[in-house]
Design a protein around this ligand. Structure first.
Ligand code: MG
Length: 441
């Protein structure tokens, strides 16, 4: 039986994510680590309910708990990596809609817990083999404030004075999420900040937590109306950052990934790690700047682990999740924000001017519903002709681009990503494989 999905334990509040589950999971996590555990949340309505239940479980099994309250996920990760705690627990459903919540476990090195260790916790959870303590061995709860620790760690790594000289005007859209607690202060250290949706509210009254083009229209309009230099939007737990250029145009995550990856390899050379689903604009741009790209399966913890193994210069995903190894091996919306400002400052170019250098690829994404994913994938492998890559699903290369077909980790669907410089070709190829898979289903 499996409890953890690709994003920790996640689901709808009081249907999947109940206090009972949180208590039992807290006991399982506590039984596994037996030490000091830091805990934090994003701004969701069920966070107190779930956090208190997890804390009960953790202290009942003898752990001391350090409660950081509401902070971005990367702030908790940075604290766990650098302070005397054995693990972290983050209560968040990241970019999911408001009715969702989740519980994610952070390992001592600040990365999301590896699957093998999640399995150990699942074993304790399902067998109920909890290490429950006697009355005089129960853990204690301490309140901590880690926002300055996180903000200062980022300020230490960037060329703040260079950025300051340009007097940038930055509109930030915290989306009423965890970003509210750090980003206005962090970016305020180096630029003029105009904030929208910068009060925490788990009802997400202004927009959905995922920074898609549809969801951040207000930010796009605000950047233009205020003559700002850049707009930045965060997801619910602020590990992802999406940018808007000075003309109010949405910048897709593959483009910002390419820009910052190019900037980093230009400076230091080396390898950039990204999943096979990432647009070729990243590889093309990184090569142009003297670096190389290594592809992994989809999933930010997988990218992070590969980066550690290869001592990579940079890594990330095209959803706006960027990983800066000089800081830590996880996605970080704060680091992404200041890196983009630093790039603009050092090059003396606006964001739209910088983007002109990045090759333009079109990506078409579609999916086919299917219960028997494994059979379809096996049959598909036999049918594929020409050059293909099997890192994650099947990536089929054709004359004018590629098509990636992979089963979803959590849902009964097969995803199709089709990429080409010509949008019509991308669409045609996506439809071709969609039809082929539908016939097989
Ligand atoms: Mg997130």
């Amino acid at each position: 039986m499996r409890l953890f999905g690709t994003n920790g334990v996640r689901g709808v509040v009081n249907e999947d994510m109940t206090p009972e589950l949180a208590l039992r999971l807290g006991k399982a996590i506590g039984s596994y680590f037996q030490g000091n555990i830091a805990i934090a949340t994003d701004t969701r309505t069920a966070n107190e309910m779930l956090k208190d239940a997890v804390i009960s479980g953790l202290i009942s099994t003898g752990n001391n708990v350090f409660d950081a309250k509401i902070v971005p996920t990367p702030a908790l990760q940075y604290y766990v990596k650098n302070m005397e705690v054995d693990a972290g627990v983050m209560i968040t459903a990241s970019h999911n809609p408001p009715q969702f919540d989740g519980i994610k476990v952070i390992d001592k090195d600040g990365t999301e817990l590896a699957r093998s260790r999640e399995e150990e916790i699942e074993k304790i959870y399902f067998n109920e083999s909890f290490k429950t303590k006697a009355w005089n061995e129960i853990g204690k709860v301490y309140d901590i404030d880690i926002t300055d620790f996180y903000i200062e760690s980022i300020l230490d790594l960037i060329k703040k004075e260079e950025i300051k000289k340009h007097g940038f005007k930055v509109v930030i859209d915290c989306g009423n999420g965890a970003a509210c607690y750090t980003m206005p202060y962090l970016i305020g250290e180096m630029a003029k900040v105009v904030g929208i949706n910068c009060h925490p509210d788990g009802n997400f009254p202004a927009r959905q937590p995922e920074p898609t083009p549809q969801n951040i229209k207000d930010l796009m309009n605000a950047v233009k109306a205020m003559n700002a230099d850049i707009g930045i939007a965060y997801d619910g737990d602020a590990d992802r950052a999406i940018f808007v250029d000075e003309n109010g145009n949405y910048v897709h995550g593959d483009k910002s990934l390419a820009l910052i990856a190019g900037y980093k390899v230009e400076e230091k050379g080396g390898v950039v790690v990204t999943p096979v689903s990432t647009s070729s604009c990243v590889e093309e741009y990184v090569k142009e700047k003297g670096g190389s790209v290594v592809y992994t399966k989809v999933g930010s913890p997988i990218v992070a682990r590969k980066m550690i193994e290869l001592k990579a210069t940079f890594g990330g995903e095209e959803n706006g999740g960027l990983i800066f190894p000089e800081h830590q091996y996880c996605r970080d919306g704060g680091m992404a924000s200041v890196a983009m400002l630093e790039l603009m400052a050092l090059k003396g170019k606006s964001l739209s001017e910088l983007l002109e250098e990045v090759p333009d690829y079109k990506m078409v994404k579609t999916k086919v519903e299917c219960k028997d994913k494994d059979r379809i994938m096996k049959e598909l492998k036999k049918k594929v002709e020409g050059k293909a890559d099997y890192t994650d699903g099947i990536k089929i290369f054709h004359e004018n681009g590629w098509v990636l077909i992979r089963p979803s980790g959590t849902e009964p669907i097969i995803r199709i990503y089709s990429q080409s410089k010509d949008e019509n070709i991308a669409r045609e190829m996506a439809e071709k494989y969609k039809k082929m898979i539908k016939e097989m289903v």
